[in-house]
Design a protein around this ligand. Sequence first.
Ligand code: HEM
Length: 768
Amino acid sequence: MAKGKNTSNSVNKTKASKATNNENVSNQEIPSGAGYGSDNAKLDELSPNREESAGEFLSTNQGVRINDNQNSLKAGNRGPTLMEDFILREKITHFDHERIPERVVHARGSGAHGYFEVYESMAEYTKAAFLQDPSIKTPVFVRFSTVAGSRGSTDLARDVRGFAVKFYTQEGNYDLVGNNIPVFFIQDAIKFPDLIHAVKPEPHNEIPQAASAHDTFWDFISLMPESMHMIMWVMSDRAIPRSLRMMEGFGVHTFRFINERGKARFVKFHWKPLLGLHGVLWDEAQKLSGKDPDFHRRDLWEAIENGDFPQWELGVQIVEEKDEHSFDFDLLDPTKIIPEEIVPVQRIGKMTLNRNPDNFFAETEQVAFHTGNIVPGIDFTNDPLLQGRLFSYLDTQLLRLGGPNFHEIPINRPIAPVHNNQRDGFMRQTINRGQTSYEPNSLKGGCPFQAGVDMSGFNSFAERIDARKIRERSPSFLDHFSQATLFFNSQSEPEQNHIIRAFCFELGKVETPPIRERMLFLLAQVDKGLANRVAEGLGLAVPSKLEKPLNMSIPADVDPKRLQPKRVKPELTESPTLSMVENPNFPKEGIQTRKVAFLIADGFDDAAVAEMKQALMTAGAHPCTIAPRLGILTGENKEIANADFSFLTGASVLFDAVYVPGGEKSVAALKSEPEALNFVNEAYKHCKTIAATDAGVEFLEEAGLRAGSEKVERQTSDPGVIVSRSADLQTVATEFINAIAQHRHWGREAFLNSYGGSIARAFAAGAD
Ligand code: HEM
C-alpha cells in the first residue's frame, strides 16, 4: 500500500500494512519483565488504556478512517471552507479544548512509575497491608514539583519541591503527599491562600514568575514569625537540589499508625535518597534556568531511560502515644521536626522508580493526589494544617479535572476493586449495572456490602475529643525560633554562607525598605550573626526593636501579648542530619549517574579519553564530550569520537565535573575558544572537580587555573583540581572519581570570596 493511501480493494482493511514515509513510527512494544507487566499490577491495569498508533490508520474519534489530513473541505480549491467538514471541526474543537486548569500550586511537575517493597513486616505498628509482606511489590506513581511557578516555569527556581507518592495498595490508594522540606511555613490551613497569594507573581503585573524574591512574599513572611523555621530551609541549598533523585522527602505532618489490635502510635514519614543529598549553587541554578529550564525533568527522565533507577528508603519516626507531650514542641505543629537524634528514623522499605510515563498529560498532569487517601492502618492527627489539606485536594481536583469522576482516569484508578452507589456526573466511565444505587437495599441482596474491620473495612481511630469549639492556637505552637536556630547552627560553614547570600539576594530584590528591616529583626531572633551579615549585604542595620508587635496575625480583639513568640530551651543545639554537607546519613561515596564533561577538539589524546571514559563508566558516571563543533572528531591516534555537545549547546552548569585530556592540537584549539575557557572557569567557580592530563594542564593554565604550578600553593592543595603531566591515567582517574564523589569542593568558595569573588583576581594574586 503506497503512502498509506487506501486505493485498492486488495488492501488489508483492518490494519495499515505500511506507515507513510513521513511518519516517524515507533514500533516499541510495552515490554514485560521487571517493573512491567505482571510484576506491577498498576501497569497491567493501565494496559487497556494504552494506545499505540504504529501500523494503524489515522481515524476520527468515531473510528472513521481519514483519507486526507492535509486539506479542509472547500467549495473549490480556492473557495470557502464548508461547515459540513466534520473532520476539520472535530480536530479543531478537540485542539481548542486541550488545556485544563493547571494546579493552583505545584503546577510544574515531573512523574514516574515504580514500586515499593517493605523490608520486614511492620505489623507491630500498622495493619496497612502494603507494609506487611516483603515479597509484595506495591506499584507507585510519584510526582515531584515546584510550588510557586506555572506549569512551564523553570525547574531550578528557589522553592520547596513537592514529593507526592501514590501507593496502589491491595486495600486502595494511599497517597503520601509530602515535600522535600520537613516543615511548613504556616501552622493553620486558614493561612494557606494568603501564603500562596503572597508568593505567586504579584497580581497587578504578574511578576515575578517562579520566584519568592519580591515584596509581597517577604511582606507576608516578615509578619508571620511562625514561618522562620521553614524560611531557613528555603534559603538553604535544599531549595535548589542538584537532582530530584538526590533529595529527601518528608510527610511533614505527624500521622498515626494503627495496628491490628487498634493500638495507635504517632508517625512521621521520611524518604532517604540512595544517591545522597546534593544541591547546586544559586549562581548555577540561575544559569541552569536559562541553559536548560527542564534540567530536573530531563535528569529524571534520562536516568530512568538509562536504567539508573532512582531509589529512596522509606523511613519512619515512631512515637508512643504516652510520649505525645514529652517534646519541647508540639507534635501537631507542622513548623517543627522531631530531630533524628531524639527519635531515630527507622528505614522500613525501599521505593524504586523504573518507568517513565507513556504520556505526560494522561499520567503526570491528570494524577490527583490527596492527603485524604489513606488505607486501614494509617490515620490523621489534629495538625490544623493537615486538617485543612484534607478538604483542599478533593475540592480543587473537582475543578481541575472537570467533575466528580476523576478517580476513573486511568492513572488515578486504584488496583483494588471499586463498588459503591455513587453515580453519574460529567465523563462517567463506569457502566454500573442493575436496578439499585442505594444502600440499604433488598433488591440487590444488600450489595455492595459494608466491610467489617477484619475484612479491611476502614474505621477511623477513635480519638477522644473533649473540648470547646474555639478559634485559637495552642500556646504550645508559639516557639517560632528555636528550631530555626537549630537548623542554622547545624549547617556547615559553606552552607551558612549560602543561606546568608540567599537572604541577601531575596531581600535585595525587595523594594520596600520596612519589609527588609522587619526581616532583619526576625533574623536576629534566629541568630544575631546571621542577621548582621545579611544586614551588611543590604547596607542596613539590624533594628533593635520593632514598633509593632512581632506576631501580626492576631485577631483584632485578642491581647497581642498573649500570642507573641516564646522561645523554649531546646533539647539540642545542633543536629548534623540537618546539614547536606556533613550529614552522617549520607556519606559522600560513589559517583553513580554523575555527568562528566570531556573538553576535546580534533587531535585529542584518544588513549587517555578511552581510559578515563572506561574508568568513569565503571564507576557509574556518564561521560559526555564537548567540542568546538558537533560531529566526528579524530584523535591523535586516529580514534574517533562523536561530540555530544558543542560549546553552544553544552555548558558547565549541566555537568558535575570536567576533564581536559591532552593532545597538543586539541588543546591549542580549545585555548582559542573563549567558551571553552569560560567552561572550566565556571566549573571552578561552582566548586566542581576538574582534572587535566598532559597538554590539558596548559589549557587550565590558559584559563587562569594554574593548577599544579609550583608557584600557586593554594591551587595545588585544592582537592578538586587534579592534574598530571605524566599521564598515569589510572591514578588520575581514581583521584578524579574520589574527588567527584565529594560533590563540590566548598572550601574553594572561601578562597574565591577572599578575592572579592573574582577568579581572575584570585589567580592573578596567587601567581605573584
Ligand atoms: C493548608 C495547607 C495546604 C493546602 C490548602 C494545599 C493545597 C494544595 C492544592 C490545592 C494543591 C493542588 C492539587 C491538585 O490540583 O491536584 C496542592 C498540591 C500539592 N501540595 Fe499542598 N496544600 C497545603 C499544604 C501542603 C503541605 C504542607 C505539603 C507538604 C507536606 C503540600 C504538598 C503538596 C504537593 C506535593 C502537591 C502536588 C501534588 C501533585 O504532584 O499533584 N501541600 N496543595
